[in-house]
Design a protein around this ligand. Sequence first.
Ligand code: ATP
Length: 353
Amino acid sequence: MSRVEVIELAKTYGSVRAVHDVSFVVPEGEITTMLGPSGCGKTTTLRCIAGLETATSGRIVIGSRTVFEDGRDRVPVEARNLGMVFQSYAIWPHMTIARNVAYGLKMRRRSRDEIDRRVRAALALVRLSDYGERFPGQLSGGQMQRVVLARALAYDPELLLLDEPLANLDAHLREEMRQELKRIQRETGMTMIAVTHDQSEALALSDQIMVMSHGHAVQRGRPEEVFRNPRTAEVARFLGATNRLAVRRVDGRLLIDGLGSLSDHPGTVDGVGAMQLLFRPSDVVLRPAGATEGWPGEVVFTQYLGREVQYLIRCGGHDITAYVPSHGGVFAEGAPVMVQVAPGAYFVFPEGA
Ligand code: ATP
């Protein structure tokens, strides 16, 4: 399996700079996801690693080979020994599942015995051992996605690239396939790079997340690191829903209009003037009115979601969203409450960051 290193990669299409000097390392035997909104350059970066697109400048190293350098591809796509899984299945409808999985191996002129053995192993890995003789039209969407994976894994690539691999599955199947993908990665120890715009998918799937924005790599880290310590407000928002309140820094303290000072914010905050305070709805704690700590507010809307309750709280002229576990009971609409935020769960950034 291979470590991948991308060094100051840039790609321009005419006057469009799709990727700006992006550098990152994909550790061997891990899943790294590139996460970012549509148009941020993640697919272009993936396609440059694959060799489907020639970058403008930078360097790409896969394992021990420099595959791109000095503005040109050193190793063509077919010699990079990569597996690729894209959103569209590109499965031949007239061939059985086993023949579809064997396709890449036949193109590589492997022996019949080897092909049989690898196809059986790949179908077993994706838990489709009994489906080899079926035709694609007889499989569900989730099973088809497994076939695509089996086909990519069958020739034992040194790196697997996945572009929005679960995007056309329904929500339930997507969760199931996330787990499957992770299981397969753990069983094979394969290095994988996936592209997604879905933050929950990135959090659930990744050993490492690289957040991209406007062609730049803005933060890279373990899922919990990126979720809990976002470097910018944009990363914080992109990793999950946030409440956002405007704050001002006065005499070294943070003041929230209508709510007073934020006394327990850890550490000092750089910057002066207008700032923004972010916190996640799931980090909000609601207490009955009369509690001494917190901001007084009133419940204006509730939505019972089973495991948790979604609230909208009007609080000192601000609207605050909260997701609170439902086992503690439910506050009624109109109820006065005290709003607390778990210590350390605030992010403060300069306005506009
Ligand atoms: P999505 O999730 O929508 O695929 P993305 O983050 O993967 O988005 P890219 O597909 O990498 O983004 O595109 C990055 C930028 O480069 C976009 O502004 C896009 O319009 C532009 N771009 C991509 N491919 C081409 C191309 N072949 N010609 C010109 N511009 C392109």
